[in-house]
Design a protein around this ligand. Sequence first.
Ligand code: C5P
Length: 205
Amino acid sequence: MIVAIDGPAASGKGTLARRLARHYGLRHLDTGLLYRAVALKLIHRDMLEDAEAGAEEARHLDPAFLSDSALRSEAAGAGASVVSSYPQVRQALLEMQRRFAAEAPGAVLDGRDIGTVICPDADAKLFVIASPEERARRRALELESRGEEVDEAAILADIRARDHRDMNRATAPLKAADDAVTLDTTTLDADAVFAAAIAIIDGLT
Ligand code: C5P
């Protein structure tokens, strides 16, 4: 069984994907971490603009690096949004994601292009959305809980900019697959999102 979860930043797809994987006994891959890892490697080499170097890093990505806490930083997220527009980087990460999805007993993958490009034959596809204001509020709460300084207006501007980049890039832009079910989480808490997702997936599989 393969479950594809796509959606914009801070839509709640990561939390949902983790809970779904546990519920169905599947493995989970947060594919944003792959782009964040490539970005961080390039930032350390001061080569964020170099698509070929990015593809090379992508081909040699050490899975152990994906648990590095630095990947959660805003800098890594912003860098990921840059390197994810490089077709060479997306291509280099494609096979790795497909291999992960194909291994028994199956997997939940969350990202931007899982239902459209990585796993077009997934058993269930969810497109998770929420208003930009609500996503900014959630991101602010998350940063506050980590003791970080929060400027909600700046977070909202960043979310809008990232949406624009993700939806308008030439390769694998963020969009719902034709057969995806859209789940709007704007007014739902995590438990309600989980319950709604289970109902959708159980109806499809
Ligand atoms: O989901 P997360 O915020 O970790 O993703 C960081 C960036 O990586 C996104 O803004 C997006 O540009 C990129 N990404 C992508 N395709 C994916 C996952 C993430 O382009 N499947």
